[in-house]
Design a protein around this ligand. Structure first.
Ligand code: ADP
Ligand code: MG
Length: 457
């Protein structure tokens, strides 16, 4: 029943997410093998579709085997209202602050037929199309493309993808899987190393290891994600090693990801490390500012919400280590903008992402301020301490002094010393000059504000 599905979803996604998104769903008609779910707005429909669509399909299918498709639609006046869950108490009056004039929705993809129970559902958002390519990941991307086009070619088997958390390893693996499945010619198994281990243990318990091995060895492409999980799990490693050899010897493609290169995965058996390293090893490097901006641009564009460049620059400066976090921050901004119908601004960003930004905060130094300001106006860092007085150099220097005063606890003489041993009165003058200019010149004020936010601790 729907209530059972709701309860399951609530357990899976947590109370907050559940209340935010899923209590808005109303049941529509069932027609043959298709059930319609209704959402109050187009935004909610798209959101629920992208975030929960596949899961909803799965759960409905589990409830009722004849249902193969879940259609998400925007409710029209007169359509049924969401069914409140018991714990919800009485249905709250729908106070939806947005209107919607929606063209007919596109159908959601139907439930994929799993080829075998080795196939962990691939995330349909992770495709080559949605992967943004830049210097740090272009090699890994090219290798992934190549393997998707021509699995098991010499030199690309195994394909070993490695890199830090949240840099796109899983995304690329799913993209390969999706591409291969599209052609329909090959069987693909994808699972995390963790899952691999649990399956293996379960097989031992139920005395079905032979079936498990046969299943594994029958696929054309085997993908194991986050192999570092097998460190210290010697029996599972052993099993993986044999499967690995059997598959490669039979000309099947293996794709593995890990957080380190094969040679750095100490704790994995030597012979396994050696074999892992003898195909193609591709490193996904940490993102650059440029790549982070491109990713934000792509995701903002896909969402249809206007995100100002300044906001993207701000996020790309603040959240540097992990694309997942960057994406999470942007998603929250977009959801917020949509829910409250307010434009995305720097102020709103600071407010909405308060907790995330705080986690990325740290004390700023005068050197960092000088560097950022110099970069921003494209002057040499040495000009922060030079005697040059040309306006295009002196103005940024004054801004850096102003920000040093605002963002650090250094005294005026201390700040002066860091700027080529200038006198404290020079710093004082810079501070008042910049404040004055900010009042007169909105564009300038915005630049300074942006710099401040980027640097702020
Ligand atoms: P990993 O497996 O390396 O920890 P993921 O593949 O799970 O990282 O990526 C984390 C999130 O960031 C995913 O939502 C993914 O879509 C996104 N992501 C990472 N790199 C890119 C990229 N180059 N372009 C678009 N999205 C990306
Ligand atoms: Mg991953």
């Amino acid at each position: 029943s729907w209530l059972r599905i709701c309860a399951r979803l609530k357990d899976e996604v947590g109370e907050v997410e559940y209340r935010t998104w899923l209590t808005k769903i109303a049941l529509g008609p069932i027609d043959g093998d298709e059930i319609t779910l209704l959402l109050p707005t187009r935004f909610l429909r798209d959101w629920v579709r992208s975030q929960y669509g596949d899961r909803l399909s799965e759960l409905w299918h589990q409830e009722n085997q004849t249902l193969r498709r879940v259609e998400l639609q925007v409710a029209r006046p007169g359509d049924p209202a969401p069914v409140p869950l018991r714990e919800d108490g009485p249905a709250r009056a729908a106070a939806t602050p947005f209107q919607d004039d929606t063209p007919p929705p596109r159908p959601t993809p139907s439930i994929p037929d799993s080829r075998s129970d080795l196939v962990t559902a691939l995330d349909t958002r992770f495709t080559f199309d949605t992967f943004v390519v830049g210097k740090p990941n272009e090699f890994a991307y090219a290798c992934a493309r190549r393997v998707a086009e021509k699995p098991s070619s010499a030199g690309f088997n195994p394909l070993f993808l490695y890199g830090g958390v949240g840099l796109g390893k899983t995304h690329l693996m799913h993209a390969i899987g999706a591409e291969l499945i599209k052609t329909g010619q090959v069987s693909v198994a994808y699972m995390s190393a963790e899952k691999f281990m649990y399956r293996f243990i379960a097989a031992i318990r139920s005395q079905s290891t032979i079936e498990f091995k046969e299943q594994l060895r029958s696929v054309d492409v085997l993908m194991i994600d986050d192999l570092q999980f097998l460190i210290g799990k010697d029996n599972t490693q052993e099993e993986f090693f044999h499967t690995f050899n059997a598959l490669v010897d039979a000309g099947r493609q293996i794709i593995v990801s890990a957080d380190k290169s094969p040679s750095d995965l100490s704790g994995l058996e030597d012979r396994l490390r050696t074999r892992l390293g003898c195909g193609m090893v591709a490193d996904i490097h940490a993102t650059t500012f440029e790549l982070r901006i491109s990713i934000l641009e792509a995701k903002a564009q896909a969402s249809g919400v206007v995100v100002p460049t300044k906001v993207m620059e701000f996020l790309a400066h603040k959240i540097t280590s992990n694309v997942r976090e960057l994406e999470g921050a942007l998603n929250r901004l977009i959801a917020h903008a949509n829910l409250f119908g307010r434009p995305v601004t720097l102020e709103a960003t600071q407010e909405v992402l308060h907790d995330i930004l705080k986690a990325h905060d740290r004390r700023v130094t005068i050197e960092e301020i000088q560097k950022k300001v110099a970069e921003h106006w494209n002057i040499r860092l040495t000009d922060m301490s030079s005697a040059r007085r040309a306006r295009n150099v002196a103005r940024p220097r004054q801004v850096a002094m102003y920000l040093a005063k605002q963002l650090t606890s250094r005294s005026l003489p201390e700040i002066g010393r860091k700027f080529g041993n200038r006198d404290h009165t020079t710093v004082m003058h810079a501070v008042s000059r910049v404040s004055e200019l900010m009042e007169r010149d909105a564009a300038f004020a915005e630049d300074v504000e942006l710099l401040r936010r980027m640097l702020e601790s």
